[in-house]
Write a protein of this length. Structure first.
Length: 367
């Protein structure tokens, strides 16, 4: 029981490391001869709801020179809550300040549609480090490129995956190809899901993201071991045990666990015999990771959705390449000191990632 409690404590901070749900705010600037109004609609994922949410929204999103009312709940579904309020202003405000909101939700992001007379003018985002929008200076292009950068840096599992790619690959050219393949998969799934062509269950995607990192870590450990057959036998025993546990205690995930076990057992054999499998797998893993963020963009207006997706993915690609090069540079600099070998550092990092990927995968699958 103590071991189970320790396990849950270790995994609690990481089970949702690939952030899936965000607040979506729509601001519609409406002007008549009598008044200037802003219609605010904010869509809140139900899993982010807390009893003080409405008070936090009322106190946390502030305009200058406006007569503000409280938010009202106008729609409730199994996945989302929608709050709305109309604000009367003497003149349209120059900015929106959300610093107070992020004192309540420091780790969250608000995706923002800015409209004029129901026509979309701009799209941007707010977070704890960018908590204010200047409506005259808002730069959509930079915002979504920056959002892609922040998405990569804020996702533990995303960083873990790219770290393993950097450790596995020999040669900069091959690394860039694989990172681009990963981004291609990411872009395809975001595009199709955001435009409504594909619908996915977020809980399943979370499991599969952890699964993808586990497989990549297993690949590294298999390649590094002299006794590859021994590693493969242990891997097979792990998957057989997992299927047995799901059959007995979690019958609702038996089909999923059997499918993952078949791939998990065969993956090391395939990757050793054919390097093309790694390229195909990397694109496929990119598809899985892309679905993780797609649910956030699905609530955006479609008028500039495609350009936003492109900019977002360019931001991710830039962050991935910069991070991978930085990691390899640090490893080389440390190795040059001759205090620790480069190979030892790579093995050490891969073991850490393997440990946490196992926690993510098992935790998301069973709990």
């Amino acid at each position: 029981m103590r071991l189970l409690s320790l396990y849950l404590l270790l995994t609690a901070s990481f089970l949702s490391s690939h952030e899936l749900q965000k607040f979506n705010l729509s601001l519609d600037f409406l002007e008549t001869e009598e008044s200037k109004e802003i219609e605010m609609n904010i869509i809140v994922p139900r899993n982010l709801y807390r009893p003080s949410l409405e008070e936090n929204l009322n106190n946390g999103l502030n305009f200058d020179a406006c007569n503000e009312k409280d938010f009202d709940l106008v729609n409730s579904t199994a996945r989302y809550l929608t709050f709305k309020k109309n604000i009367t202003c003497s003149n349209f405000p120059r900015s929106l300040d959300a610093r107070n909101f992020f004192s309540f939700y420091p780790d969250q992001t608000i995706l923002v549609n800015i409209k004029k007379e129901t026509s979309l003018q701009n799209q941007t985002f707010l977070n704890n480090s960018k908590s204010k929008i200047d409506f005259k200076e808002a730069d959509q292009n930079f915002s979504f490129f920056s959002l892609g950068l922040n998405h990569f840096l804020g996702g533990y599992d995303h960083i873990a995956f790219v770290s393993l790619l950097a450790l596995l690959i020999i040669g900069i050219k091959q690394l860039i190809y694989l990172l681009s393949g990963f981004t291609l998969g990411h872009a395809i799934s975001i595009t199709f899901s955001s435009l409504g062509f594909i619908s996915v269950k977020i809980s399943i995607i979370e499991i599969l993201i952890g699964y993808s990192i586990f497989l990549l870590a297993l690949e590294y450990l298999t390649i590094r071991q002299v006794n590859k057959n021994g590693i493969m036998k242990i891997n097979s025993m792990f998957w057989i045990s997992l299927v047995c546990v799901s059959l007995v205690f979690f019958p609702e995930i038996t089909v999923l666990s059997v499918g993952m076990a078949l791939i998990g057992i065969s993956y090391p054999y395939l990757i050793i015999r054919n390097s093309l499998i790694r390229i195909i797998a990397t694109v496929f893993f990119g598809l899985l990771h892309g679905f993780g963020f797609a649910s956030n963009l699905s609530n955006f207006d479609s008028q500039s959705l495609v350009s936003s997706i492109i900019l977002f993915n360019l931001g991710i690609e830039a962050a991935q390449i910069l991070y991978a090069f930085f990691l390899l540079l640090v490893l080389n600099l440390i190795a040059k000191t001759r205090l620790i070998s480069r190979l030892f550092l790579k093995d050490f990092i891969s073991l850490i990632v393997f440990f946490f990927s196992t926690l993510w995968f098992i935790g998301r699958l069973l709990f």
